[in-house]
Write a protein that binds this ligand. Structure first.
Ligand SMILES: Cc1ncc(COP(=O)(O)O)c(C=O)c1O
Length: 386
């Protein structure tokens, strides 16, 4: 149905489940949430589908076929389409990273770029990450046999989100960035810089990426998923020059090339639409929703602590409550709301209850009712536990 966003796409498909014995129960709950009518999803980290430029993308699709002809449907180079790489290089140049388009590999989303970085590094025993981080990266590291450890520990490689982090929606402090850069040089290790949320920062100039300061030690990862739409599955990787040939070989082995038709469509879209204006509009929309969610949490869930996000799609809530998160999710789904389980973001389990609430995909008018439902679920579970 045109314009409809089914619940199926609002949580389950993009949710990462906890590992181990909680997995089956969590999966069952997420599936139940996905099929519950009227449920408001605060899960998944999805962009607002109302912002997808459907008409401009449709036009770009037709132009791609008309102008590029069969080339848009043919096999292409493993590194991707020149026009898209030039666009990425231009954005990076504006942020202080002088990267030639030749150095950029177009990937199937940032997720593949993360995996590709690790595959390029080869054997990696451990990867240092923030105490709370993107579950998809944790899953990727584990699938390659690498153990995620907290950033304080020495590791074989590091994974960070310096511009805007997931789940907190905050930039990495300048002194942590400096310390990391020093460390990479001293230990002769590499960092994967995940820039997925960079363009969602609510205000201020786009920050200088780590790539600009230490290109020989940084795998820089980006994506159009958060700014345009994840359905295209287009992201990118800028590997260190010394490892570029190996990274490209790995990319070709994985899937030959990123979706060529999606790249052609994207190239025409970028040429024909004012992407920067759209980004500015999206940032305003997300900031407004973030403010609404913060005020709703202050009103309905006063026992939770959080930092006001400065970008990204979510709010990270922490509390000292000793409650079972799956019990809370189950009660929440019964009340008609879902959220992301805090444990899936953590490297080291902790006692208190934490959760991620996304403000990005839900309608603004649904945010406060969703938090009120969550508060009702919390009261129910607290009463049961007493
Ligand atoms: C921090 C971060 N990196 C990467 C990704 C994956 O993005 P993509 O859709 O480009 O694979 C996500 C998606 O949620 C994310 O939150």
């Amino acid at each position: 149905v045109a314009g409809a966003v089914s619940n199926e796409y609002q949580g389950w498909l993009h949710a990462f489940c906890p590992e181990g014995n909680m997995k089956d129960r969590a999966e069952e709950l997420l599936r139940r949430a996905a099929t519950t009518r009227g449920l408001i999803s605060l899960a998944g980290g999805l962009p607002d589908a109302r912002l997808f430029p459907r008409r401009a993308l449709g036009k770009a699709f037709l132009t791609a076929l008309e102008v590029r002809g069969t080339a848009a449907l043919q096999y292409g180079w493993p590194e991707g389409l020149r026009d898209v790489r030039e666009h990425v290089a231009d954005r990076l140049r504006r942020r202080g990273a002088n990267v030639a388009p030749e150095r950029i590999i177009i990937t199937s989303g940032a997720q593949q770029a993360i995996l590709l970085s690790l595959a390029t590094l080869g054997k990696c025993g451990s990867v240092g990450v923030d105490a709370e981080t993107y579950p998809g990266a944790l899953a990727a590291f584990r699938s390659c046999g690498a153990r995620p450890v907290e950033l304080g520990e020495r590791a074989d490689a590091y994974y960070v989100m310096p511009a805007i982090g997931n789940p907190r929606g905050l930039p990495m402090p300048e002194r942590s960035k400096t310390a990391l850069l020093e460390r990479l040089g001293r230990e002769r290790t590499y960092a994967i810089e995940d820039d997925a949320y960079e363009a969602t920062a609510f205000s201020g100039a786009s920050p200088r990426p780590l790539l600009a300061d230490l290109p020989e030690r940084v795998f820089h990862v980006g994506t159009f998923s958060k700014t345009l739409c994840p359905g295209l599955r287009i992201g990118w990787l800028v590997p260190p020059v010394r490892l570029a040939a190996r990274a490209l070989k790995r990319k070709q082995t994985h899937d030959l090339e990123a979706n060529g038709l999606a790249q052609a469509l994207l190239a025409e879209y970028l040429a024909g639409d004012d992407f920067d204006r759209r980004l500015a509009r999206a940032r305003r929309r997300y900031q407004g929703k973030a403010e609404l969610l913060c005020s709703s949490v202050r009103r309905h869930l006063p026992s939770f602590r959080f930092d006001v996000p400065r970008g990204g799609f979510s709010l990270w809530l922490e509390s000292d409550l000793r409650l079972n998160e799956l019990e809370l999710l189950s009660a929440a789904v019964n009340e008609g709301v879902s959220f992301d389980l805090g444990s899936t973001f953590k490297v080291t389990p902790s006692e208190g209850l934490s959760l991620r609430l996304c403000f990005s995909a839900a309608a603004s008018a649904d945010l406060e009712p969703a938090v009120a439902r969550l508060a009702r679920a919390l009261r129910r579970v607290t009463r049961r536990a007493a």
